[in-house]
Design a binder for this molecule. Sequence first.
Ligand SMILES: [Zn+2]
Length: 249
Amino acid sequence: MYSYTKKRKSRIVRLIVLLFTLVLISVTLIGFAANKEEKSQALSANPPIVPTKQQSLDGKPDRIYKVVIDAGHGGKDPGAEGASGKREKHFTLSLSQKVYELLKQENMFEPHLTRNDDTFIDLDVRPDIANQMEADVLLSIHANTYKDENVGGIETFYRFDENIELAQTMHNQVVKAMGFRDRGIRNEELKVLSLSKVPAILLEVGYLTNPAEEAVLLGEDGQDRAAKAIVEGLKQYFKNNSEEAIIQS
Ligand SMILES: [Zn+2]
């Protein structure tokens, strides 16, 4: 009796264990299937975010700097007369166009010219072009003149103290590239600078009345060097200022 009861009891226990195991397995399987379905539904509703080519590979700069290049003089205003009799307005246009072409190759710049041919533009219209488009910088390009042909060198003018850094950065690059005498930067009340609401400087790249400097300024190689130096100066100026902005923020 004792052994019979024990046997029967153990069979019942085994049956319960078996049933329990079966229930456990089926619950696990149902749960697994449901989970799988949920996951696939989620996947189709929100496809994984893969960066597009445009987002990741276009190499766009953080911002684009608008540069207005102002070729001094033009049309009825020929500017200085060089040692050879050539006029300043042709030099300023040629150099400005070179700077424009170089800036166009850089994706951080959006260059503009105040004139692209031999036309007269009033002095207060020039800064206004830069003001209207809220340019990041206005560069007025000129060459100097003096009664003594031995006088030479590079001068850079600014009107407002906040443009000293721009003036000095550009000036250093141009002096280094041209090798003319460094005549320094100076605060000068020039209309094109005074009326500008955007950072503005005026570069006197050399003296056209100095025969040696005129030859360099009118030559292809000299103008290429000056143009490259101006672009280098702009890059350096904006790089310095964006780094300062990061440190300040
Ligand atoms: Zn001039």
